[in-house]
Design a protein around this ligand. Structure first.
Ligand SMILES: *[C@@H]1O[C@H](CO)[C@@H](O)[C@H](O)[C@H]1NC(C)=O
Length: 245
């Protein structure tokens, strides 16, 4: 089992590159939709499909990986982090179970499963996992802002900022201005939190569209998927930019 976990961890980079390619193709197909380059669009569409199928195979070990992660996060001493991350990982594990069954069905290993329902459940679990991840991001941001709010040095800077632009402070409520100032300072000092939040928001558009909560189009989901994959690749290449635990 440990070897499997280790192997799937190692294949994360490959999966991210395939995912970036998959969504880049989806976005290009969308952008080419009204031009007469139908041949190119058809090739890109088939590349997109093979990336998606290839990734399903790479994801076979991910259920074990997600359960393993959940076992680790359940021991976190911070109650909020423990709850958010364990629920996120549990939902991720359920998502991968659906995903693996879909793969098994697509290669003919199993037959008697309802593909539509599995697809819907996969999107649902993925969505819950993202919502828990975003709750955790919000918690991290609020913690940072409270920390910054107590920082005397930053308070001085904030007062100066509010005095320098009194028109802004008058038009917009001063509290709101101070809030935005603190928010920006917090995100600037911890880019890992900012990146994780942007990544999770981008990812959210995909299940929102599939579940019909918010219908966007193939262009939006392609763009968001590409953005989130690129951020993932960045955080794999630069572990300092990854949000921990
Ligand atoms: C939620 O966050 C965890 C830890 O950062 C990550 O491993 C997981 O992939 C995220 N879930 C989704 C659905 O992106």
């Amino acid at each position: 089992m440990d070897a499997l976990v280790q192997f799937t961890n190692q294949s994360q980079g490959k999966d991210r590159i395939f995912r970036a390619t998959q969504y880049a193709c989806a976005l290009s197909v969308y952008l080419l939709r009204s031009s007469d380059r139908r041949d190119v669009a058809a090739k890109l569409k088939s590349l997109e499909n093979s990336m998606s199928t290839g990734r399903k195979l790479l994801r076979l070990g991910n259920t074990v990986n997600a359960i393993d992660a959940a076992k680790r996060t359940v021991r976190l001493s911070d109650r909020v982090l423990c709850l958010c991350l364990t629920l996120a990982n549990a939902n991720r594990a359920l998502y991968f179970i659906c995903d693996n069954l879909l793969w098994a069905r697509s290669v003919g290993l199993i037959r008697h499963v309802d593909k539509e329902r599995l697809n819907l459940n996969a999107s649902r679990f993925y969505f819950y996992s993202l919502v828990m991840n975003l709750t955790r991001d919000l918690y991290a941001v609020l913690q940072l802002m409270m920390q910054k709010g107590r920082d005397a040095h930053l308070k001085e800077k904030m007062d100066r900022h509010l005095n320098e632009s009194p028109e802004v402070a008058e038009v917009i409520v001063p509290q709101l201005d101070a809030f935005v100032f603190l928010l920006i300072e917090s995100l600037k000092s911890h880019p890992a939190v900012a990146l994780d939040t942007v990544k999770n928001i981008c990812d959210l558009f995909i299940p929102l569209d599939k579940l019909g909560f918010y219908k966007s189009n193939a262009g939006v989901t392609g763009f968001c998927g590409l953005m989130s994959s690129l951020i993932s690749i960045l955080t794999l290449a630069r572990p300092g930019l990854r949000l921990k635990p």
